[in-house]
Ligand binder design. Structure first.
Ligand SMILES: [Zn+2]
Length: 360
């Protein structure tokens, strides 16, 4: 059987071959819409933590499971959310802190941007600032992730259907308590973008919606309002009105942030929030079988493990306050999901999802 790692076969080629060899009529393995969940920093340690310390382990419900290498373009093995996000979003490796540009600082088109070119609806959701590296990698192109004002200007002009998260300070003008010269929300409203403060604010169908629910990062789960799952369900409700399908990226950032802080209980809480999101998105997929739902991570954070102690008791242990180069688990359910059974590079995610949205 062909494996995606170590050769240049595209996912589409593999699917066409599988379709032919299975006697299929062709085309049925291409998803109409894609929901890409990114659990920032979630490696095998966090999966193990969720498995043992939450009431349930939602990723077990996915149909397909693989492992993904996360290294950046340079010779180091440890990446960050900018290079990791760019590989997942565009299928191209780059250097750390770089967003949406290749190693030579040339812009690379993301799956979200390809989806937009195809007339699909698009969405980005995060629990941190919407200008943070992971969402930025899908719609911004900047040499440094540490330029939230420029990232906000690019996101504001990108024509994305749904933007939910924190980071309102990067969109407001200095006169309005923010950091911009010009209030980006006002310029977006002038282009028929609807700004909401609550998920149940009335909106007109067919027009883009932006909800920035915190000045900076949103609070941790469970204090977060709205919750990540509420944001994702609202986004899907808006996006699936588009007959051309949609691409949605949903990020839980708490898994990375609380692992950096080596905070066990807060990481478990972030993983519980992620469980709710996975349950909701897989339930949606069951009712909408043309949708591909994936759970991936951009890298591992914290090197968490359970060590054996001499008395036989568990000994939860953090190996670092930084990122690691460990492979991370990936999951998929829905059309086109079977190619993620195996060991893949992070660029394979972006290349495959771009193949899917451009094959429609
Ligand atoms: Zn991190």
């Amino acid at each position: 059987m062909l494996k995606p790692f170590g050769n240049r076969w595209s996912a589409l080629t593999i699917i066409l071959l599988l379709t032919i060899s299975c006697g299929g009529s062709g085309g049925e393995a291409i998803p109409k819409s894609i929901i890409l969940i990114i659990a920032d920093g979630m490696g095998i340690g966090q999966h193990t933590m969720s498995y043992y310390y939450n009431d349930r382990y939602a990723p077990a419900a996915f149909d397909h499971v693989g492992l993904m290498a996360t290294h950046p373009a340079d010779r180091t093995k440890v990446t960050d959310s900018a290079a990791g996000g760019t590989a997942i979003a565009t299928g191209v490796k780059t250097n750390r802190t770089v967003v949406g540009l290749d190693e030579n600082n040339q812009p690379v088109k993301s799956v979200l941007e390809f989806a937009m070119s195809q007339g699909m609806a698009t969405g980005l959701i995060t629990t941190t600032a919407i200008t943070d590296a992971t969402p930025a990698a899908f719609a911004a192109h900047v040499p440094s992730r540490y330029d939230p004002n420029e990232i906000a200007r690019q996101l504001a002009g990108a024509g994305i259907t749904v933007l939910f998260g924190g980071g309102r300070q990067y969109f407001l003008s200095q006169d309005d308590g923010g950091e911009q010269e010009v209030n980006l929300l006002v310029t977006m409203v002038a282009r028929d973008v609807q700004i909401i403060n609550n998920l149940d604010d009335p909106i007109d169908a067919g027009l883009p919606v932006v909800g920035l629910f915190a000045m900076g990062d949103m609070p941790d789960a469970p204090q977060r309002t709205p919750s990540l799952t509420e944001m994702a369900l609202k986004a899907v409700d808006i996006l699936d009105d588009d007959p051309d399908g949609f691409f949605l990226m949903v990020e839980e950032e708490g898994t990375d942030e609380r692992s950096h802080a080596n905070e066990f209980d807060a990481t478990v809480a972030a993983l519980a929030s992620l469980n709710d999101l996975i349950d909701a998105m897989l339930a949606y997929q069951k009712d909408h079988p043309s949708v591909l739902v994936m759970l991936v991570a951009d890298h591992e954070t914290g090197g968490w493990m359970i060590r054996e102690k001499e008395d036989g008791l568990r000994d939860p242990y953090w190996g670092t306050r930084g990122h690691t180069g460990n492979l991370v688990p990936i999951f998929a359910t829905g059309p086109g999901g079977a190619v993620f059974d195996g060991v893949v590079d992070n660029t394979f995610i972006g290349q495959t999802l771009i193949d899917y949205v451009t094959a429609q």
